[in-house]
Design a protein around this ligand. Structure first.
Ligand code: OFO
Length: 166
């Protein structure tokens, strides 16, 4: 049987992952609105990936005999100053999610919940990847600066993101 404190924290994390999905879907809409279909494609895939994260935790709680208690998802931000500012927000958001995952891992250690520790190890590695990806794009956008032709080239590159949802 799953520890009640861990169960509560996992339910909160399900909400955080769905909130991430919703945020990236909102960012996809923003990218479409400023005619950057490659960035929008990247955001749509990110939305799928976050939904898969939420469902992974959802299934984990159920597999452990726990109770799912879905929370409300807040309205996400809908417009951004620029693609660069948007990606600064992506990176900051992923850093926040990393902190939440680390806290969940620490709680599972405190509560001697070994299966959750194993599950959180997957998420800990995933967050390394998430921060690396977002940070890499922030760096590229720094190079792009005010050049619209460089931005269009980067948009083309973003449009070929093939990464499957994990
Ligand atoms: Fe679920 O990794 Fe991003 O938020």
């Amino acid at each position: 049987m799953i520890n009640k404190n861990v169960e509560e924290a996992l339910n909160v994390q399900v909400q955080a992952e769905f909130s991430s999905a919703y945020l990236y879907l909102s960012m996809a809409a923003y990218c479409e609105s400023i005619s950057l279909p490659g960035f929008a494609h990247w955001m749509r895939l990110q939305h799928e990936e976050e939904t898969a994260h939420a469902l992974r935790l959802f299934n984990f709680v159920i597999d452990r005999g726990g109770h799912i208690d879905l929370r409300a998802i807040e309205k996400p931000v809908g417009s951004f100053e620029s693609p660069h500012k948007m990606f600064d927000e992506v990176l900051a958001h992923e850093q926040l999610i990393t902190e939440k995952i680390h806290n969940l891992y620490a709680l599972s250690v405190k509560e001697n919940d070994y299966p959750t520790q194993v599950e959180m190890q997957w998420f800990i590695s995933e967050q390394v990847e998430e921060e690396k990806n977002a940070g890499g794009i922030v760096e590229q956008l720094k190079f792009v600066g005010d050049s619209s032709s460089a931005l269009l080239m980067l948009d083309r590159e973003m449009g070929v993101r093939l990464t499957e949802a994990k």
